[in-house]
Design a protein around this ligand. Structure first.
Ligand code: NAD
Length: 303
């Protein structure tokens, strides 16, 4: 039998703050495949997440289904807007959600991993985070500041993570980022520079695959997922309509599940995908293949 076997491997999933998004589902799939999973959580969401976790509110979601329960090896505070501690503005440093946490930068994360596990210590890195303050605004109404914030948080953070974690990654390590079709086609409503961020992210996946492949032997890929009602996607404000549109117009008329995205992630991050790098793979029920929206065509009985 051909199995996804990640036993003995350690993963870091950056971008888990509840049990409703792709990051959590990917963490679960990696654990089911045998990996040990650490997560990186955004400081503003960390307190509520750990409280709910401690109170057992995620018990059902943490059930791996084989008598095992997902237990995070470490939960690291991570603000992917900051490459080093010195980059953090004083106001953020003094914010009550940050001031007790120490160095929450990407470099801080690398240092914590090094201190906790030595080096090399990491086999798998998942970038499952995004943020764009102007996401509800069309690109034409997006400020420079909002645009750069979207690209900084949602795209550059991958480059920074790879630059700082690659030196502590094990031979044959693997990296995965989460993208969306709006990076290559027009998706009205996905604004604020978020489409630009996804375009940059996918381009960076290719370039980083080359550079970190040659320098560190890493594989780096992206998954382009169909719409899913995570907390971040729901905040954009059109997720239900987007899901309905995909259902009406995709080759497979069901909406994509987090488990489908997570299972594909586990495959790409596993040795079974050792020949795949620099790729963006769609997990969207085939929507990307469509050129015309069937639901919008009049007299479409024969379609
Ligand atoms: P999510 O809310 O579960 O994940 C987004 C995470 O990003 C949250 O945990 C949030 O705390 C974190 N985050 C935001 N700013 C951060 C920062 N500065 N530092 C660290 N973490 C930060 O939502 P999701 O939809 O599962 O998103 C995960 C990834 O999947 C994102 O890259 C998203 O663009 C991508 N994606 C989502 C969809 C969808 O429809 N949900 C579709 C395609 C791609």
């Amino acid at each position: 039998m051909l199995n996804i076997d990640l036993s003995g491997k350690r993963a870091l999933v950056a971008g888990v703050a509840d049990d409703g998004g792709f990051g959590f589902a990917i963490a679960k799939a990696l654990a089911k495949a045998g990996a040990t999973v650490c997560i990186g959580t955004w400081p503003p969401a960390l307190g509520i997440f750990t409280t709910l976790l401690t109170r057992g509110k995620f018990a059902a979601s943490l059930d791996l289904g084989d008598g095992q329960t997902l237990a995070f090896e470490r939960i690291y505070p991570l603000d992917a807007d900051f490459d080093t501690d010195a980059d953090m503005p004083q106001a953020t440093r003094e914010n009550k959600r940050y001031r007790e946490l120490g160095d929450v930068s990407i470099e801080g994360l690398a240092n914590r991993l090094r201190a906790d596990f030595g080096e090399p210590c990491l086999d798998i890195l998942v970038h499952s985070l995004a943020n764009g303050p102007d996401v509800k605004k069309p690109l034409l109404q997006t400020s420079r500041r909002g645009y750069l914030a979207a690209v900084g948080t949602s795209a550059y953070s991958l480059t920074s993570l790879v630059a700082r974690l690659a030196p502590i990654m094990c031979p044959n390590g693997s990296v995965l980022a989460l993208s969306y079709l709006a990076g290559e086609r027009v998706v009205p409503g996905y604004g604020g520079g978020m489409s630009s961020a996804k375009a940059a992210l996918e381009s960076d996946v290719r370039t980083l695959a080359y550079e970190a492949g040659r320098a560190h032997g890493l594989r780096i890929n992206a998954l382009s997922a169909g719409p899913f009602p995570s907390r971040a996607a729901s905040a954009i404000g059109m997720i239900a309509a987007s899901i309905a549109y995909y259902q009406a117009n995709s080759p497979l008329p069901e909406s994509v599940t987090a488990a489908e995205v997570a299972n594909t992630a586990a495959f790409l991050l596993s040795p079974l995908a050792s020949g795949i790098t620099g790729t963006t793979l769609y997990v969207d029920k085939g929507y990307h293949a469509m050129g015309v929206a069937p639901a919008a065509i009049p007299n479409k009985e024969n379609l």
